[in-house]
Write a protein that binds this ligand. Structure first.
Ligand code: FAD
Length: 489
């Protein structure tokens, strides 16, 4: 279990010791590209969220490690609960939007995750299952998962017999049971919590990760020793580290990768000199926090080697490129300054939209068309097509997003990054014509898992000039032998 309060300073200290100079509170908005050689990174630009200063980092190599994407789908917590999500609120999609905008290839962006969590506080359940041996039941006290075995087998075949049961398939049973009227679903805590040690572990789990869950229970008079707390399934999140594998298509390591999946430097994206780590990197799930910082170390070592190998010689990043970005970056402030006199009703303006208005519009499109909670995670090609149309209009309107201060400027850029990430997610969801992860999302027009055609990785690239995405399938290579895997599990 993560103990963030002690863990973060340890990781931060190591990072601090290895850096010559640290810049805090800079939001990176764009990657700079080399003008001497095509498809080579040249640095990054951003602004200080407190002072508003513009920062240009000319660099021979760049590592993107900006986390995943929460808040692209409408969350369950809206109105008074807005901002409460399971994945971190700073996971603003920058990790994906920065490389996508520069033309890097992405993989598995359809592979969003839906979490089974304690209701309203999004408190994690993993430690409860593993350490406390608690279990779930429907409103009638039944083990509902067994009821959905045959139906799930129809959809996914032998995957339902894997041990442990894949998380999405447990979600699937949860969702089906709720739709069939068996809810609410509860976690049975009242047995485990009679043991004082397990009771302490149960509470500490939240103190290290999601203090808000303890507060929610207190506010609802739930003591898990005497009352079994309710569970829910979350809105979808996109990430590359926590069980799912969305993110950038990067070179594998020299020793393990098939030759076509190694292009010189471990963790390098399809743009020369651009590296990724953690949530940024796709196709390598189950990194979590220790895997993410280990990947950061791998990426850093590879980036140093790239520079030492003189791959970044002769970089050219003109002042004009930087100045052009500067104008773009501050445009939301300009939009607000020009249009503020037209504001009516406190927040409504005919000439600009605020970041929060844009965010709510984005979340609604993703929720209703791309398989969020509004449709019980269901979508299909027609819905996705419509979603893409609406996202394209949103992109157009985001030219008119307005920011009244530097904090809102950050919100404006978070929104633009989330919107671009969402386009990529939708394109990928449209491309994969099967339902590989029932419980995370369903393609209603292709309800079954289809190993014959889709046992592959999906890869996209957005052309930076036209904004058009192209898609391809690439093979999955099993590095660990199937029998070994079975023995291990
Ligand atoms: C509730 C919860 C519980 C979890 N429990 C566990 C656990 O028990 N064990 C475990 O191993 N893992 C756990 N995880 C997962 C773990 O936290 C993630 O896998 C890990 O943090 C991912 O690391 P990262 O470095 O890729 O991203 P992050 O840790 O999210 O770091 C990304 C950083 O980039 C910054 N950033 C974003 N955009 C920009 C930008 N444009 N410019 C500059 N900076 C930017 C962000 O502010 C952030 O500091 C949990 C996660 C959550 C949300």
């Amino acid at each position: 279990m993560i103990h963030g309060e002690s863990y973060k300073p340890i990781v931060a200290e190591a990072a601090k010791k290895s850096a010559d100079k640290i810049y805090n509170r800079i939001m990176i908005t764009h990657l700079l590209m080399d003008e001497a050689q095509e498809n080579r990174v040249g640095g990054a630009v951003g602004f200080n969220m407190r002072t508003g200063d513009f920062h240009v980092f000319r660099a021979k190599a760049v590592i993107v490690a900006a986390g995943g994407a929460s808040h692209i789908f409408k969350p369950r917590a809206v109105g008074e609960g807005m901002g409460r999500t399971w994945y971190a609120p700073w996971s603003n999609g920058s990790a994906y939007a920065l490389p996508i905008a520069a033309g890097a290839k992405m993989t598995q962006m359809e592979n969003r995750i839906v979490l089974c969590r304690f209701k309203d506080g999004y408190g994690p359940v993993g430690a409860y299952f593993l350490h406390l041996k608690t279990y779930t039941q429907n409103a009638n006290g039944e083990n509902y998962e067994k009821k959905w075995y045959d139906q799930t087998k129809e959809l996914v075949g032998e995957y339902i017999d894997h041990h442990p049961t894949p998380t999405c398939l447990r979600n699937h049973a949860f969702i089906q049971e709720t739709m069939a009227g068996g809810g609410p679903i509860h976690m049975v805590t009242t047995e485990a919590f009679q043991d004082p040690h397990l009771e302490t572990v149960g509470w500490e789990n939240f103190l290290g990760m999601t203090v808000g869950q303890a507060v929610v229970w207190a506010s609802q008079n739930i003591d898990p020793k005497y009352t079994n707390p309710e569970l829910t399934t979350s809105e979808p999140y996109v990430m590359g580290s926590h069980a799912t594998c969305s993110g950038a298509w990067v070179s594998g390591p020299e020793d393990l990768s098939p030759p076509e999946y190694f292009w010189g430097y471990n963790r390098m994206l399809t743009i020369d000199g651009l590296f990724g780590a953690g949530d940024t990197v796709g196709g390598s799930a189950h990194k979590f926090s220790s895997g993410s910082f280990t990947e950061g170390r791998l990426a850093a070592k590879a980036a140093v080697k790239y520079i030492e190998d003189k791959k970044a010689e002769g970089l050219k990043v003109s002042d004009k490129q930087c100045e052009d970005f500067k104008v773009k970056v501050y445009k939301p402030l300009e939009n607000y300054t020009v249009a503020q006199n037209e504001i009516t009703g406190g927040t409504v303006s005919p000439s600009y939209i605020s970041p929060i208005q844009g965010l709510q519009r984005l979340q609604r499109i993703m929720d209703e068309y791309v398989g969020g909670i509004a449709t019980n995670y269901m979508t299909n090609a027609n819905m996705l097509k419509r979603g893409l149309e609406l996202l394209a209009w949103l992109e157009e309107d985001l030219e008119n997003v307005g920011a009244e201060d530097y904090h809102q400027l950050m919100r404006a850029w978070e929104l633009k990054h989330r919107a671009l990430t969402s386009q990529c997610v939708t394109e990928h969801t449209m491309f994969r014509e099967e339902t590989r992860w029932p419980g995370y999302y369903y393609r209603g027009d292709h309800m079954k898992l289809d190993d014959d055609n889709w046992h592959c990785l999906t890869v996209s690239r957005r052309d930076p000039k036209t904004g058009k995405f192209s898609m391809e399938k690439v093979p999955v290579y099993h590095i660990v032998d199937e029998n070994e895997k079975k023995k291990a599990s």
